[in-house]
Design a protein around this ligand. Sequence first.
Ligand code: ZN
Ligand code: ZN
Length: 667
Amino acid sequence: MALLKSCKTPEALRQTHAHLLVTQSLDPVCEAQLVASYAGVLGLAHARQAFLSLPHKALASWNALLVACIGHGQAREALDLYARALARSLRPDSSTYTLALKACTRLLAHETGLMVHARVAKCGHVRDVFVGSGLLNLYAKCSRLCEARRVFDEMTKRDLVSWTSMVTGYSQNGFGNEAFAVFREMEYEGVRADSVVMVGLVQACTNLGVVKLGSSIHGYVIRRDIKVDVVLETSLVDLYVKFGFLERAQRMFDRMDDRNLVSWSAMVSGYAQNGFAADAISFFIEMQEEGFSPDVVALVSVLLACSHLGLLHHGKSVHCFVMKTLEFDVVSGTALVDMYAKCGSLGKAHVLFDQISSRDAIAWNAMISSYGMHGNGEAALSLFTQMLETPSKPDHATFASLLSACSHAGLVEEGMIWFDRMVREFHISPYEKHYACLVDLLARAGQLEKAYNIIQSMEFEPGISVWGALLAGCRNYKETKLGVLIAKIVCDLKPDDPGMYALASNVFAMAKRWEEVAEVRAITKKMGMKKTPGYSVVEIKGKLHGFLVEDKTHPQYEMIKKELGRLDSEMRAVGYMPDTASVLHDVAEDVKENMLCNHSERLAIAFALLNTCAGSRIRVTKNLRVCGDCHVATKLISKIVGREIIVRDVKRFHHFKDGACSCGDYW
Ligand code: ZN
Ligand code: ZN
């Protein structure tokens, strides 16, 4: 026996095996060790052979082979072996059951597990701590928390493994509070938690959205001197980034001694999800420099970052990367569709959409909303009818995309019909965003009364997006009576969007309500500090060039100014008059005109005209809405210079071509 254990080479093992056979000293205990040794030295296939040659084949040898199967990742074979043992009328012991349960857990074979459980209960092994732990772990991993809890409650003795299974089982299945309750019981019983339990608790915090509790766990780990490993650190990083605590996540990440793929991906996705697209991209580059090949989480996140900035060039290189390293499936495909559409390449987006073989609702929604954003409502509608013929059922997000597509394209009839059918046929109760689209649609078409009636029929308090849509309609159609009423409601809601106050102020001014105008001005003055400055980005030969409003620091500023001046006189020659109403400052008219010229998208367009070859397309991304004057100017510029200019503002795309815009001046 000891001799067998000491065999570390195939020769030694074979010699000892032969010796045992010759001396006929192969007892059941030796047989089991022989199987184990073969598995350890020569692998599973040899262990299997050795097992078959055994004269006794007592239970211990079966168990040894079970251990070998599981150790070599052959859970299915382990279960077959277990069934064969039962068929031979062997009486399994607690080790056999523990091993069978381990195999079931690996395969998430809940049904088979139930049969093992029934047998265990009959033979009375259920009180064994290892069998109990095995059952508990199986149920927890199969998301059968009630069954897991029952086993846990019946256990007379619990070890750290069983406590851990219970905590992580609850937390991974979204029962964060229950996970903490078990942890408190655990502390009460004086069981010392380890880092695995802590990971479970941090994940519970992530599910519950309680960041504070998460950081107190961090403190607990330090106080109790629990060994911190990369998994625990990564789960904390994940918690912090998911709730926008990027600085804390960054600190945690910087302190980590070794980082794994998951830690890097968490950072990339954290920065992308929280709108820090540029940081997400630099993390993505850095992780590759550190030798990590990005996983699907990192790739999808970096595509989101590219979409956010409109970085077509970058997005394309990520696309190549996806094709090389990942399977092109519905997840990566949808991210690519979204990226191409948001970077202005609607055609490419559709080609990729067609290549996704099993499209889910999310993929359809992405494509429908892409058409909506680009102002092609008809295409969005026809895509939607195609979707109805597939197994993917439209959800509230699909209808939100569809209604928004209708509103961007002014399809009033269709929007009304589908809103109605959404409620009656698809039984989807409208959310605020659905109402906002519908009201927007009617308000743009001048059907203000109807829009107002719909708002009044809503079952919940309408928010700023709904009222704002109607207010914009009132301004556009110079409807002062209703307008003043709505403007007051909007101001009472205290929106943090300065654009809303500007809108309200316009309506009050139209109604000659100067007192209210002054009030709104006082509010906006206070907010003035916080107002987001306009910012436009244009990508030229893969490099990004950003322009702030009235940005005079650019090295080419003098040339840009000259180009804008040249365009201005050409535009005036065809009748352009700057619409200074778009400037909200209290300054002289000529200053206002000058300010319009310095809007960030104009600087970006002029720069692109100077630095790209004639006839090529120009793509600009802006962080705010395009103002009315820039919209008119860009239409004229597209005609004067004979270029297609695509501007993505915060709401939608404008394809300027030949003096017209794809939005039909509806935006
Ligand atoms: Zn402008
Ligand atoms: Zn437009």
